[in-house]
Ligand binder design. Structure first.
Ligand code: GUN
Length: 298
């Protein structure tokens, strides 16, 4: 049986980060402009701490100005909004990212809406979501942007392909559906209420899994030869009872990778696929925001 070609997010993300670093060097040398990213982390969520550290390290490595603000889980909504306001006004900062999820009691939507849309490198502000839906220049959420780069790299022109996105989140499902539509795909957004989900998935030349349910998508949901993009990052206990008893966990995607690889034409691994592209795209978005704010790009 033939095996799917692995879509190598690690190599593609490394190349994108190198391109961003080269562009940062040119902006500094030719325009005295150093793109700056501020990340706000509220509370102690362990996964968020790992992601935020990685964002800081990679932005420094690309030659960008990088600051991380850590606030306690019991910070008030008013104090968090004041922090966002301060970053909106800071001329050294071109990208503001508030790591999600926020601890209970904080109003995530209100915090995102408080970010200056021009600095919303997460692309989550309604202005950016609306501009994306209308095909206008916007800041595009990082994970969907990363998925599109992987797909274009793998398949080239996406025009006319049938794409099925499983999941309708604001962070991934909805924006990636918009991007696939812009790329002239025929797009279906499927979700937990979709009838006969396996049959819907089997129609896809491009299947994007963004549901957050470990290994939900099985081999017989996949059209032979399809490109499968697995956005899921789920932490599950090891099957080995000794490791499981020791509390050890591993990362798996939303796709049953091993069996799916025997049917798909192309597939992203977890880890090593989409996840690495997200940070690279955050850096790219920060450079885009800096250039737009400086009037160097529309
Ligand atoms: N938490 C998990 N993914 C993301 C992301 O892309 N942006 C933010 N702000 N928080 C996240």
């Amino acid at each position: 049986m033939s095996q799917a070609q692995i879509i190598d997010g690690k190599t593609i993300a490394e190349r994108l980060r190198a391109e961003v670093a080269a562009e940062v060097a040119i902006l500094k040398a030719e325009h005295g402009l150093q793109p700056g990213l501020a990340v706000v982390l509220v509370g102690e969520d362990p996964a968020s701490q790992v992601y935020v550290r990685s964002k800081g390290e990679h932005s420094n490595a690309a030659g960008m100005h990088s600051v991380t603000h850590r606030l306690p889980a019991d910070v008030s909504q008013a104090d968090l909004l004041a922090m966002v306001d301060q970053l909106n006004r800071d001329p050294a900062i071109h990208g503001v990212l508030v790591q999600l999820p926020l601890p209970k009691g904080l109003d995530e939507k209100a915090v995102i809406e408080a970010i200056n849309p021009a600095k919303d490198v997460d692309g989550l502000h309604v202005v950016n979501a609306g501009r994306l839906a209308q095909g206008l220049p916007s800041l595009v959420p990082c994970t969907p942007l990363g998925c599109m780069i992987l797909l274009r790299e793998t398949l080239g022109d996406l025009s006319g392909k049938r794409a099925v996105v499983v999941g309708r989140s604001v962070l991934v499902g909805k924006p990636i559906a918009q991007l696939l539509l812009q790329a002239d795909c025929t797009v279906t957004i499927a979700h937990s209420r979709t009838q006969d989900l396996p049959a819907v998935c089997r129609e896809a030349d491009i299947l994007v899994a963004a549901v957050g349910r470990p290994q939900m998508i099985k081999a017989d949901w996949i059209k032979p030869g399809a490109a499968v993009i697995d956005v899921g990052i789920n932490r599950v206990p090891f099957r080995d009872p000794v490791k499981a008893a020791a509390g050890k966990t591993k990362l798996v995607g939303d796709v049953a990778y091993k069996e799916a690889s025997a049917v798909a034409g192309y597939i992203t691994p977890v880890p090593g696929g989409v996840g690495l592209m997200t940070v690279a795209c955050l850096l790219k978005n920060t450079v885009t925001a800096a250039k737009r704010i400086a009037g160097l790009e529309t």
